[in-house]
Write a protein that binds this ligand. Sequence first.
Ligand SMILES: NC(=O)c1ccc[n+]([C@@H]2O[C@H](COP(=O)([O-])OP(=O)(O)OC[C@H]3O[C@@H](n4cnc5c(N)ncnc54)[C@H](O)[C@@H]3O)[C@@H](O)[C@H]2O)c1
Length: 247
Amino acid sequence: MGSLDGKVAIVTGAAQGIGAAIARRLAADNARVVIGDLNLQGSSKVAEECGHGAFALKLDVGDPESVGDFYNEVEAKAGHPDILVNNAAIVPFIAWDEVDFDHWRMIMRVNLDGVFLMCRAGSDRMRIEGTKGRIVNICSNTIFAGTPNMAAYVAAKGGVLGLTRSLATELGGHKITVNAVAPGLTASEGVLDSPHKEAFDFVEMLQAVKGKGTPDDIAPIVAFLASDEAHWITGQTINVDAGMVRW
Ligand SMILES: NC(=O)c1ccc[n+]([C@@H]2O[C@H](COP(=O)([O-])OP(=O)(O)OC[C@H]3O[C@@H](n4cnc5c(N)ncnc54)[C@H](O)[C@@H]3O)[C@@H](O)[C@H]2O)c1
């Protein structure tokens, strides 16, 4: 018996990093996990590790057609989703002087439009009597810190916080909760492959609890917010960053 017995849980962007840790954790709690990611090879490998009937499908969260096809396939293979974790995002490192409209749109398309498209279609499918739908959006503590070299990203994640609050209101009547988790700097494959990896020492200096954040530090709060037990929490954004941001 796990706390997510009988639940179907979609996790986007789970071919690696924080998403993969979330997928593994939800599966350990007995959810049937469906991974949607651009990287089908990586996500199929994670689905195999998850077990419990997990499977992976190719998905571009920023493309309405891809999102529609994805949900149709999920429905055909696993039925309606109970849990949706919007984790897929591009994590850029780019100086403000180099931010042009193409970059801005590329980030908004995936990091904000993608969350809208997944929630729009996903919440319709959750409005089935008896489904205590759970939506967890992965935000970022950069929205509180105004982290440099990430202007479009920070703006998009601020949008995720706003959407989380408004969707909690829109969907509360259907007993669907909508919350966000805002990680601090976390040693995912994406971060370790970028200039962000140079920031760990500086960030640690600001943390209340010392150490280096890993994807496994983020997954447990997502699993809790996805559980039936968390039914009294909605519209919240929870920082998971060893106390770097205290508000
Ligand atoms: N790692 C951090 O320090 C950190 C901090 C705060 C917030 N976050 C957030 O956590 C989440 C995961 O970050 P990460 O560091 O693990 O990222 P990552 O770069 O390691 O992995 C991102 C995953 O998303 C997938 N993806 C990218 N674009 C996609 C698209 N259009 N459609 C579907 N899948 C797509 C990639 O293929 C990849 O598997 C993101 O929302 C990120 O903004 C990360």
